[in-house]
Design a protein around this ligand. Structure first.
Ligand SMILES: Cc1cc2nc3c(=O)[nH]c(=O)nc-3n(C[C@H](O)[C@H](O)[C@H](O)COP(=O)(O)OP(=O)(O)OC[C@H]3O[C@@H](n4cnc5c(N)ncnc54)[C@H](O)[C@@H]3O)c2cc1C
Length: 290
């Protein structure tokens, strides 16, 4: 079984700070980690390899520093790791990112069959959850998002039964392979890396792919040139102030309602005067609607 996993290196913080001038994330001085969901995608791939044999390939598009994240995947059990890095990929939005990852996967497909693509549900910095679906669309493979559990998988028959989380509960889906799953953390709790992997990782050098070698990426579809998303303004919103607390037990209902209306009026959220003066709709017989 050959599984390809896409991981993203992200700042080790949910308290992202934005550079007000450039509108981009301040990454300097912020330690980087593997996007948490992606760790579980790698873990799942390694478990499937332990069950069915085969290999795990991990790809990432990022700055040279992202090589560290790939080494961690070798510790976890990945066999081959590819860093897709080039200044020309910088400032990519999700459309450009999904183009690069899909094109890289197509190049891997030319080397041999792939059974499964695993992506994290979303990245904790961009948070769009758009890249997995974008790549599945480009590769024209079935997509299952919010994947929670693989009930069964048969690489020979090329089918799998997957449970996905929805607002209404769990959906059980049968899919042909290869398919692309965006996974939740529950799909495979991360286990401690075995010593043998740690030793292998210490010597491992990820392959490095640029924007021209070994794959010739379409320069018009990468980086800022390939990104139609225009960041109008990016800023860290001011923390919300606590609202006023008015207690019926202290002031009585009438006074509370009066003050609440006063606050609403003062906030400008609603113009109470215009509501009060608005003509009440009539029932056509001169009577007012109840
Ligand atoms: C604060 C912030 C806001 C942003 N807002 C937008 C926006 O509104 N629209 C937009 O188009 N872009 C946006 N971006 C840029 C966006 O982060 C990049 O395009 C990024 O490469 C992919 O989007 P994402 O981080 O939302 O990933 P998601 O789509 O949330 O990632 C889902 C999964 O895709 C895989 N993946 C994502 N990126 C990579 C990668 N570089 N290499 C390998 N696998 C990867 C991982 O498995 C990941 O778990 C934003 C970036 C930041 C920091």
């Amino acid at each position: 079984m050959h599984t390809v996993v896409a991981i993203k290196q992200v700042p080790d913080t949910t308290n992202v700070r934005i550079n007000p001038e450039t509108g981009t994330l301040i990454r300097e001085g912020v330690p980087a980690i593997i996007n948490p969901y992606d760790l579980h995608a790698v873990e799942l791939a390694v478990r499937l390899k332990e069950r069915f044999g085969g290999k795990v390939t991990v790809i990432t598009m990022g700055p040279p520093k992202a090589a560290e994240a790939l080494i961690e995947c070798v510790e976890q059990g990945a066999d081959r790791c590819i860093l897709i890095t080039d200044r020309k990929f910088a400032a990519a939005d999700t459309l450009a990112t999904s183009y690069v990852l899909a094109r890289a996967i197509e190049a891997l497909q030319e080397e041999g069959p792939i059974d499964l693509y695993l992506f994290g549900l979303q990245a904790i910095d961009g948070d769009t959850a758009q890249v997995g679906p974008g790549v599945a669309t480009r590769l024209n493979v079935p997509l299952i998002t919010y994947a929670l559990h693989i009930e069964s998988i048969d690489p020979e028959a090329r089918v799998a039964v997957v449970h996905r989380k929805t607002e209404r509960g769990i959906e059980v889906l049968r899919t042909r392979l290869p398919a692309l799953l965006t996974v939740l953390k529950e799909i495979a709790p991360v286990q401690r890396a075995p010593l043998a992997n740690m030793i292998r990782a210490a010597r491992y050098k990820p392959e490095v792919w640029s924007s021209t070698d070994p794959v010739a990426f379409d320069q018009a579809q990468i980086g800022i040139r390939g990104s139609p998303t225009v960041v109008g303004r990016a800023y860290t919103p001011a923390p919300r102030q606590a609202g006023d607390v008015i207690r019926v037990s202290e002031l009585g209902l009438q006074e509370c309602v009066r003050r609440a209306l006063q606050n609403i009026q003062a906030s400008g959220a609603i113009d109470l005067a215009s509501i009060a003066s608005a003509k009440r709709p009539t029932d056509g017989n001169g009577g007012e609607h109840s």
